[in-house]
Design a protein around this ligand. Structure first.
Ligand SMILES: NC(=O)c1ccc[n+]([C@@H]2O[C@H](COP(=O)([O-])OP(=O)(O)OC[C@H]3O[C@@H](n4cnc5c(N)ncnc54)[C@H](OP(=O)(O)O)[C@@H]3O)[C@@H](O)[C@H]2O)c1
Length: 185
C-alpha cells in the first residue's frame, strides 16, 4: 500500500483559502508542492479542482482524482482529464491503482477533504508549509493533535526562509504516530 500524505500551506491561524484561492503568493511553495507530488496520484475535492487555472489542470505528471458527490459532474470532470470518486475512501482506492512507481499518494485539499482525512485517520504524513502572514480566510486546515502527530522534519530547522515575494515560510513534515480516535479498527 502506498503511503497516504496530505500537503497544504497554512497561516498561523490555519487559513488555507479565501474566495476559492490561496490568499498569498509564495512561488517557492508552489515549486515545493510540484517536487513533492510529482509522479504520484493527487486527490482533491471538486472545489480545489475548480480553483486550479484551467491551463494547469489536470496537474501534469500526476493522476488527478477529484472527489464529488454530484454525479452530473462526472462527465465534465472526465472530459477535463480527471478521474472521479464519490467518496474519499473510493478516491484512495482509485489512486492506489494508479501509483505506478510512486511510493505515495497525496491528498491536496481542500479544507473539507483534509478534515475528513484527519478525522478518519486516512493519512500518515502531513507536509505543511507555514506561511508567516496574518490574513483572513474562509477555509481552514485541520488541527493536528500533538498527541497523534509529531513534527519529524523542518526546513529550515530553525526560523524562516524568505520568499522572493517577501513572505516568510517554512516547510514542516508531520507523521501520525498513533491511530486517530475515530479511525476504523
Ligand atoms: N493552502 C492550501 O494548501 C490549499 C490547498 C487546497 C485548496 N486550498 C483552498 O481550499 C479552498 C477549497 O476547499 P473547500 O474545503 O472549500 O473545498 P474542497 O474540499 O476542495 O471541495 C469540496 C467538495 O468536494 C466534494 N467532497 C468533499 N467531501 C466529499 C466526500 N466525502 N465525498 C464526496 N465528495 C466530497 C464535494 O463536491 P460536490 O459539491 O461536487 O459534491 C464538496 O463540495 C480553496 O480556497 C482553495 O484555494 C488551499
Amino acid at each position: 500500500m502506498p503511503t497516504v500524505g496530505m500537503i497544504w500551506a497554512q497561516t498561523p491561524g490555519r487559513v488555507i483559502g479565501r474566495d476559492g484561492a490561496m490568499p498569498w503568493h509564495v512561488p517557492e511553495d508552489l515549486a515545493y508542492f510540484k517536487t513533492v507530488t510529482q509522479g504520484a496520484p493527487v486527490i482533491m475535492g471538486r472545489k480545489t479542482w475548480e480553483s486550479l487555472p484551467e491551463r494547469f489542470r489536470p496537474l501534469p505528471g500526476r493522476v488527478n482524482v477529484v472527489v464529488t458527490r454530484d454525479t452530473s459532474k462526472t462527465l465534465p470532470l472526465a472530459e477535463g482529464g480527471a478521474l472521479t470518486a464519490s467518496s474519499l475512501e473510493d478516491a484512495l482506492s482509485l489512486a492506489g491503482e494508479h501509483t505506478y512507481d510512486s511510493p505515495a499518494v497525496w491528498i491536496m485539499g481542500g479544507g473539507a477533504i483534509y478534515s475528513e482525512a484527519v478525522e478518519k485517520g486516512l493519512a500518515e504524513i502531513a507536509a505543511v508549509t507555514q506561511i508567516d502572514l496574518d490574513v483572513d480566510g474562509d477555509t481552514f486546515a485541520p488541527q493536528l493533535d500533538p498527541q497523534e502527530w509529531t513534527l519529524v522534519s523542518a526546513m529550515p530547522e530553525q526560523g524562516w526562509e524568505t520568499s522572493q515575494s517577501g513572505t516568510r515560510y517554512r516547510f514542516e513534515t508531520y507523521r501520525r504516530m498513533r491511530p486517530a480516535p475515530h479511525a476504523p479498527a
